[in-house]
Write a protein that binds this ligand. Structure first.
Ligand code: ATP
Ligand SMILES: Nc1ccn([C@H]2C[C@H](O)[C@@H](COP(=O)(O)O)O2)c(=O)n1
Ligand code: MG
Length: 220
């Protein structure tokens, strides 16, 4: 009997969290290169809104300058649009969810999943997207501050005054989200204080189960 190919391509989301300067933006492009994920950085999507002078641009700029977290409906909409526009089904979402409101808003969105039957694609299922796991770059406060003050990329929030505010938001609002996912057994904690190469060795172990996607051609 002829074997029929039938598989479901599900969306895989990994949240990448850690204090400001912990190395999220340094390691995400490496994960893209090695494991075929698409990198969505919430901060970069918000920055693009500022630069495109969209209706929310000024408000987002002011939140960023103050180290505050932008209302979730804006950030989640940007992430959702970016996911829908992508051909990929594997996403690392960098700098999100930053607080409980972010987390709840994301977990309420639904995505359309594709089925393939004998290489034909069918969009069938509406599902709530849950993170596969949370990659957590753990780094002490003094090292975070040192790295940010040395970053030198012209960011409006990389100054000693805003860093204090961002760290406060991180400890008060983001760590509880990390603790929430930890209580669900979903956190992969990395000691981010070491060199970039040492840190990435650990990151690679965490992603080892994700080989680059190979498409199956069932017509042959
Ligand atoms: N392991 C490391 N050792 C030394 N410097 C590092 C390390 N990882 C990152 N850096 C440097 O620290 C700075 C901050 O790193 P990065 O931009 O990746 O942080 P981030 O977590 O994305 O921060 P933010 O939340 O502010 O966007 C950069 O200048 C980067 O080159
Ligand atoms: N979920 C998010 C992510 C980012 N922002 C804003 C506030 C941050 O200070 C800024 C820069 O983000 P980063 O590049 O440090 O990840 O963007 C937010 O409001 N909500
Ligand atoms: Mg970053």
């Amino acid at each position: 009997m002829e074997a029929k190919l039938f598989f479901q391509e599900t969306t895989v989301v990994v949240f990448v969290l850690g204090g400001p300067g912990s190395g999220k933006g340094t390691h995400c492009p490496k994960i893209v290169e090695h494991f075929g994920f698409t990198h969505l950085c919430a901060g970069d999507l918000l920055q693009a809104e500022i630069e495109s002078e969209s209706e929310n641009g000024t408000m987002i700029h002011n939140f960023k300058k103050e180290g505050k977290i932008v209302p979730s409906e804006i950030t989640v909409k940007l992430l959702q649009q970016a996911m829908q526009q992508s051909d990929n089904k594997r996403f690392i979402i960098d700098g999100f969810p930053r607080n409980e409101e972010n987390r709840a808003a994301f977990e309420n969105i639904v995505g359309l999943e594709s089925f393939y039957v004998n290489s034909k694609s069918y969009n069938l299922l509406l599902v709530k997207i849950k993170p596969e796991f949370v990659l957590f770059f753990d780094c002490p406060e003094e090292e975070l501050t040192r790295r940010i003050l040395n970053r030198n990329q012209g960011r409006v929030d990389d100054n000693i005054e805003t860093i204090g505010k961002r760290l406060k938001v991180y400890f008060e609002s983001t760590l509880p989200v990390i603790n929430y996912y930890n209580s669900k057994g979903k956190v992969q904690k990395i000691d981010a204080q070491r060199s970039v190469d040492e840190v990435f060795e650990d990151v690679k172990s965490v992603f080892a189960k994700f080989k680059p996607v190979a498409r199956v051609d069932s017509t042959k």
